[in-house]
Ligand binder design. Structure first.
Ligand SMILES: Cc1cc2nc3c(=O)[nH]c(=O)nc-3n(C[C@H](O)[C@H](O)[C@H](O)COP(=O)(O)O)c2cc1C
Length: 357
């Protein structure tokens, strides 16, 4: 008999909670069960099929008949629990189509807004205490000003194709290694860490990578492609997923016809190679956020609208990108395409009109 490796035990007096952070289940144990579990952790061979506690611990998956391997993880248990514990969150009612999504989303917003808004501990400021800042002036680069003003999350796309030139521009300025920046430091850089992108990178490691999901790009077979930033090139890793894209991305079917998107992944092994403390885990997400914003500004400058999400079942996306069981993990998705510029899809707008009329 084996002890499930994905457990942590939390004191919640007078009980102890055994938490299976992979399956998202919790079990409250009283003293008898705790004693018995402690003995079995010490020696799983003590398992007795005639002991009711033992069989219940087995049925609960706290004990397992076969050994379960735990993935290689370079940081501490805390970050591992957090990472695995927030993966593949069970979702009983993933919307199956755009109408279901619209209804569920609106119901969820109404439920949230019915609760009182969280209050802030900040003391209210009197108007006199506020130092009014100068209005924003013109920036030297008007295209940046325009991109900042025009960027918005759109949930209604025409499905029109984008060109390979646009894809090249998007990927190069978001994820490509820019030779012009390589030696642009004032200070020398440690050999091996010279590659630089348009966005900053934690420790200069460029631990984040990108996978292109191409649904409608002129001159590119639909599929999933790994982007190689040093070569500014793609290699195909998979075909498109069978179900509609929205099914993969939290049931958000309004983006089913998005022509392209990029999954941002993080190579945790690169981060724990340089940074032993799991605080570096946070940096992966921050870096992904920088890349996401850059992607959105580039797409906006190209006249495309953008959409983004972290709502997906990690396991499904890992399979799609060919990353199962590796230290490279999907973090985020950003997409773009031609849009009517609406924040909400037509189905949601219809519902909203019904609600307000
Ligand atoms: C981390 C993050 C996750 C998001 N996830 C979703 C999402 O799953 N679905 C969605 O439609 N929008 C998502 N958004 C977009 C926000 O809803 C949007 O940014 C917000 O409503 C403000 O609108 P704006 O982007 O047009 O300024 C996400 C934004 C961020 C920063």
């Amino acid at each position: 008999m084996y002890i499930n490796p994905f457990l942590f035990i939390l004191p919640r007096p007078p009980e102890q909670v055994v938490w299976n952070y992979k399956n998202h289940t919790q079990h409250e144990l009283d003293l008898d069960y705790c004693h018995r579990l402690a003995r079995l952790i010490h020696n799983p061979d003590l398992f007795d099929p005639n002991n009711i506690i033992d069989t219940q611990l087995l049925d609960a998956g706290i004990l397992t008949v076969s050994k379960i391997d735990s993935p290689n993880w370079g940081w501490d248990e805390l970050s591992k629990i957090y990472h695995i514990g927030t993966q593949n969150i069970p979702c009983e009612s993933t919307p199956q189509n755009i109408h279901e999504w619209s209804r569920q989303y609106l119901a969820h917003c109404s439920e949230v807004l019915a609760k009182p808004e969280p209050s802030t501990d900040r003391k209210p400021q009197s108007v006199e205490a506020l130092i009014t800042l100068p209005a924003p002036g013109a920036m030297n680069d008007d295209s940046l000003t325009q991109a900042l003003l025009r960027r918005k999350t759109c949930r209604s796309y025409t499905g029109a194709a984008v060109t390979l030139d646009e894809v090249g521009t998007l990927l190069y300025f978001t994820l490509g290694y820019l030779p012009a920046r390589k030696n642009a430091h004032d200070d020398p850089v440690a050999p091996g860490l010279e590659a630089r992108r348009s966005s900053p990178s934690g420790g200069g490691l460029n631990a984040c990578e990108g996978f292109l999901l191409a649904q409608n790009v002129v001159g590119l077979e639909p599929g999933i492609y790994a982007y190689h930033p040093a070569e500014h090139a793609l290699s195909q890793v998979n075909s498109l997923p069978e179900p509609a894209l929205g099914q993969l991305l939290g049931g958000q079917h309004f983006i089913n016809n998005l022509p392209l998107g990029v999954f941002i992944t993080a190579r945790f092994d690169r981060l724990w190679w340089k940074y032993e403390h799991s605080r570096a885990y946070r940096m992966a997400f921050i870096e992904a956020g920088h890349l996401s914003q850059t992607f959105q500004l580039v797409a906006t400058t190209l006249g495309l609208n953008t959409w983004l999400t972290g709502a997906f079942a990690d396991g499904q996306v890992e399979n799609l990108l060919g990353l199962e069981g590796s230290a490279e993990q999907p973090l985020f998705f950003i997409g773009c395409g031609k849009s009517d510029g609406q924040a909400m899809c037509q189905e949601m707008r219809d519902l909203l009109c019904g609600v307000s009329s």
